[in-house]
Design a protein around this ligand. Structure first.
Ligand code: B4P
Length: 192
């Protein structure tokens, strides 16, 4: 089963993807995590990625699609969770082509619906928690950069909701609920 988790920044895509890894043996493909790893690599590509991410903008489709393509080559018996990918229509088209080339397809697209105000609170809390624990704070987890991330979401990613709705693949969950309650809603969709 291949599943996309879609939603605004801080909606809980990464949190729920990890739950699916634990409960269903799926492989999580988080473009955010892959890009953060590239950022710390110190390569020229990593430096270019860092500049874009720290401004709250989207990295180019070419880079992100290339990262996903590499991971798909490795296969997954339990299927893939696409966490934070696709984020543009070009990425969505590319994913459809890549899955078809691997003889598989997309089984569900799950939107995590969360109010904008709650998103900012979560991002600020994550930064505070990281600081208190002496861990690195994400440079894009500030209220200022968050505004730009949210703007990028509504402009470039939200159109994907109509794209997948038209294909009858879109389901919505209440992302304002607790982590466990969101997990139960997702399980019900995947089991249906
Ligand atoms: P991502 O890493 O995808 O990050 P995100 O949108 O912030 O996170 P997510 O929704 O996964 O939230 P999380 O579970 O962590 O992207 C970061 C950047 O990478 C982008 O801005 C962009 O520059 C770049 N990028 C990534 N993919 C790209 C692509 N495909 N194309 C181009 N550029 C790309 O949850 C957030 C917080 O909320 C956590 O602290 C969590 O504990 C908390 N939380 C989660 N669920 C909760 C719940 N139900 N209740 C209360 N708190 C909850």
């Amino acid at each position: 089963m291949n599943v996309i988790l879609i939603g605004p920044p801080g909606a809980g895509k990464g949190t729920q993807a990890q739950k699916l890894v634990a409960s269903r043996g799926m492989v999580q493909l988080s473009t955010g995590d892959m890009l953060r790893a590239a950022k710390t690599s110190g390569t020229e590509l990593g430096n270019r990625v860092a500049e874009v991410m720290d401004k709250g903008e989207l990295v180019t489709d070419e880079i992100v699609i290339g990262l996903i393509e590499e991971q798909l080559e490795q296969g997954s018996a339990g299927g893939f969770i696409f966490d934070g990918f696709p984020r543009t229509l070009a990425q969505a088209d590319a994913l459809g082509d890549l899955l078809a080339r691997h003889g598989t397809g997309l089984h569900a697209v799950i939107e995590l619906v969360v109010d904008d105000a709650a998103l900012v609170d979560r991002i600020v809390k994550r930064a505070e928690d990281a600081q208190a624990a002496g861990q690195p704070v994400r440079r894009d987890d500030t209220p200022e950069v968050f505004e730009d991330r949210l703007r990028a979401y509504y402009k470039q990613t939200a159109p994907l909701l109509g794209y997948y709705y038209a294909k009858e693949q879109l389901s919505q969950v209440d992302g304002m609920a607790s982590v466990d309650a969101v997990e139960r809603q997702i399980a019900a969709i995947l089991d249906a």
